[in-house]
Design a binder for this molecule. Structure first.
Ligand SMILES: Nc1ncnc2c1ncn2[C@@H]1O[C@H](COP(=O)(O)OP(=O)(O)O)[C@@H](O)[C@H]1O
Ligand SMILES: CC(=O)N[C@@H](CCC(=O)OP(=O)(O)O)C(=O)O
Length: 285
């Protein structure tokens, strides 16, 4: 195959996927851990999805940046089951970092490439209605409802929503929401075609006789087993929970990919190449 034919065949390979996904909604969760990788390339991949007629919704994290800022302010970071214990002082920093610098950095990169994108937190338009998750975690919210009419309007207006995972309760109190949980709830509420979690590992990994391996696919029972074996820990716990929640609520396909790998998102969506871990449940089971 000549170089030209190889290039053309990549475009041809993408054709059935472009046809299949045009008009469909995809929720892309961009984890703070992956943001150390090729940031602008990830945004360009999302722009590619949009130009192919897909309706992307971006939900972002920023846990590492929150921890760095807390560290600078000499406030200790404490996690329980992958969730940050959040007092009101910590909440101020969470809101500043997620709703401020991270959210606007993503919006500005879309703007740089001429794509309309609006950054918001889950407080805006009452998008993420939450309740306190567990008293010991302080101001950590669990999503009870996604009011997505504002998102629908943005998507219909061809605007990319960029969502920082902060929620609000009925008394107007703001809560820190794990970004995977927020993305899972949003993907479920929008009945998304795909939820893609971009992180800093190639997928769900497990220890086997042949060493550490990435699982191409995993079922809810498989997840349960790895949890019991203590093989899924830390930040991967809310991730798998979000995957299962999204599938149960009606999202069709859920994937965990390495966002530090150049163009992982494009490869997953537009090629036959299977990368990362696909969590199977719902329709895909
Ligand atoms: N079984 C597992 N497979 C892969 N990663 C795991 C697993 N168990 C725990 N992890 C940890 O989960 C981390 C990803 O979660 P996190 O750091 O919160 O990322 P993000 O910022 O993308 O949400 C990985 O870097 C890894 O250390
Ligand atoms: C409750 C809770 O843990 N909230 C997270 C929100 C950010 C997040 O989830 O960011 P990543 O996706 O980069 O991990 C936090 O404070 O770190």
């Amino acid at each position: 195959m000549t170089e030209w034919t190889a290039k053309a065949s990549v475009l041809i390979e993408a054709l059935p996927y472009i046809k299949r996904f045009a008009g469909k909604t995809m929720v892309i969760k961009y984890g703070g851990s992956a943001m150390g990788g090729p940031f602008e390339q990830v945004i360009l991949d999302i722009i590619w999805l949009k130009q192919a007629g897909i309706r992307p919704v971006v939900v972002h994290g920023g846990g590492k940046e929150i921890s760095a800022m807390l560290n600078r302010l000499q406030i200790e970071s404490k996690f329980v089951d992958g969730l940050r214990v959040t007092d009101s002082e910590t909440m101020n920093v969470v809101e500043m970092v997620l709703g401020g610098s991270v959210n606007k950095r993503i919006a500005a990169t879309f703007h740089k490439h001429g794509v309309p994108a609006v950054g918001l937190t889950g407080v805006d338009g009452g998008l993420l209605r939450v309740k306190q998750k567990r008293a010991e975690l302080g101001l950590v919210g669990e999503v009870v409802e996604v009011s997505h009419s504002l998102l629908d309007q943005m998507l219909n207006a061809s605007v990319v929503p960029i969502i920082a995972p902060i929620g609000v309760d009925d008394n107007g109190v703001r809560y820190n929401v794990n970004a995977d949980s927020a993305a899972g709830a949003i993907a479920g509420a929008l009945q998304a075609e795909k939820l893609v979690l971009l992180t800093d590992v190639p997928g769900i990994m497990c220890e086997t006789q042949d060493g550490k391996q990435v699982l191409n696919q995993i079922t809810p029972a498989g997840i349960q087993q790895l949890m019991e074996e203590g093989q899924i820990t830390g930040g991967m716990v809310p991730k798998v929970e979000a995957c299962l929640q999204a599938l149960a609520a009606g999202a069709k396909h859920v994937h965990i990919l390495n966002g530090e790998e150049p163009h992982a998102l494009l490869l997953e969506v537009f090629t036959d190449q299977g990368i990362g871990t696909m969590v199977i449940g719902g329709e895909s089971a």
